[in-house]
Design a protein around this ligand. Structure first.
Ligand code: HGY
Ligand code: MN
Ligand code: MN
Length: 414
């Protein structure tokens, strides 16, 4: 017998042991030495992870939809069918992925639904848990690709045409793993994502729950520098057109620039390839990426401007040619103030300390925010480490975050 709604029932709590079992079972797929997992988007490991999580959704009777870009949504009908209260995140990883980035948000969402089912609660609204395709963007840029398609910010044909770092296309790989669906997008009433912070702020503040107010702006650019290969031993400096030197100057410049620009400007050269990549040959080509982020839209635009001006001057001085292409560009996003307040109230209601903060990392929630009231819950990352096999969050913090998620979802769905 299913009881009506939240107010008539004891206050359910998630089962942390079941959640941890799931996190570790998923982490077995693409497991890396040292504790993390590698499931690059649309890889066979990603397929196996998808199959496992979809199976767990089906075991609990969720109605599964798969859309044209492979976003998977499991819906548990409420008493009054309609737009769903959704949670979720991603299960694709970077190459040096941890156990919790994305996976926590998906598995905690499933855990919340199971907890309510076990407690005999059927909220008024449908509840849904989703995993979105290619949140990381590490193999196929841009990141948050699936959630962009989900909210109509990116056409599925354009997403399918993207060529990845290994020369394959999203469309080919999506078809290969069998996740090119054709279900219509689910209508969403509100979206809440639980995620690890992936930075040091909560741990340093000694705070358990991050109340995320928004996501900083992101700018990804790939530069290709074409110089002249030459002999490392016979070519005087004044005759060099050294693509590797240009890449090195940019790495140094973006760090110095970040210190000068207002806001929380940060910059990373994460990928770098030199050709011919030989010890005694001056590189004739360098291909590298620059990841710029800032909570302030103005500051981010200024950083982009200064970077391109610097590269143009450097190219002239070194006698090389430089081309570039944008791989991702997102303005800073603010979450729904009422929903942010509900996250804060739910956490405090459970007795947890809270801290309002921006997100340094990109998340699917920043895409959902364009189509429905959206907010995020953070839990601390030990040592602020993420995108690293040593990524870790204490079980007590995982449990706290999942119980805050349960409270907020129940509040929104009742
Ligand atoms: O790059 C990011 O912030 C996210 O991990 N995709
Ligand atoms: Mn993530
Ligand atoms: Mn990530």
């Amino acid at each position: 017998m299913l009881r009506a709604d939240a107010c008539a029932m004891p206050d359910p709590r998630i089962d942390i042991d079941r959640l941890l079992r799931r996190i570790h079972a998923l982490g077995e797929i693409g497991a890396l030495p040292g504790g993390g997992a590698c499931r690059l988007a649309l890889s066979d490991e990603d397929r196996r992870g998808r199959d496992l999580v979809r199976g767990w959704m089906q075991q609990r009777g969720l109605q599964i939809t798969i859309d044209a870009i492979g976003n998977v949504v499991g819906v548990w009908p409420g008493r009054e069918p309609g737009p769903v209260v959704m949670t979720g995140s991603h299960i694709d990883t970077v190459r040096t992925g941890g156990l919790y980035d994305g996976n926590l948000g998906v598995l905690a969402g499933l855990e919340v639904i199971e907890t309510l089912q076990d407690a005999g609660v059927q909220p008024r609204r449908d509840l849904a848990v989703a995993f979105f395709t290619n949140e990381e963007g590490a193999r196929f840029a841009p990141d948050m690709m699936g959630s962009q398609v989900f909210v109509g910010a990116l056409a599925v044909e354009d997403a399918r045409a993207v060529v990845g770092i290994d020369g394959t296309t999203v469309g080919q790989q999506l078809d290969h793993i069998g996740y090119a669906g054709n279900d219509a997008a689910v209508a969403v009433h509100a979206f809440v994502e639980l995620h690890i912070e992936q930075g040091p702020v909560l741990e340093q503040a000694g705070t358990r729950i991050g109340v995320v107010e928004g996501v900083q702006g992101i700018s990804w650019t790939e530069f290709t520098v074409d110089g002249v290969s030459n002999h490392a031993g016979t070519t005087p400096l004044r005759l060099r057109h050294d693509a590797g030197y240009v890449a090195g100057c940019v790495i140094q410049f973006v760090r110095a620039m970040s210190r000068e620009i207002a806001g929380d400007q940060i910059a990373t050269v994460g990928a770098l390839e030199l050709r011919p990549n030989l010890i005694n040959v001056i590189p004739n080509q360098a291909v590298f990426t620059v990841d710029l982020r800032n909570t302030d839209a103005e500051g981010l635009a200024r950083a982009e401007q200064r970077l391109h001006t610097y590269v143009d001057h450097l190219a002239q001085a070194e006698g090389v040619t430089v081309s570039h292409r944008s791989l991702a560009r997102f303005e800073p996003v603010g979450f729904d103030p009422d929903l942010v307040h509900r996250v804060e109230a739910a956490a405090r209601g459970l007795g947890w300390s809270t801290l309002r903060m921006p997100s340094g990392a990109g998340h699917d929630a920043q895409m959902l925010a364009s189509s429905c009231p959206t907010a995020m819950i953070f839990v601390p990352s030990v040592g602020g480490i993420s995108h690293n096999v040593r990524e870790h969050t204490e079980p007590a913090d995982l449990e706290a975050g999942a119980n805050v998620l349960l409270r907020v979802l129940l509040d929104l769905a009742s």
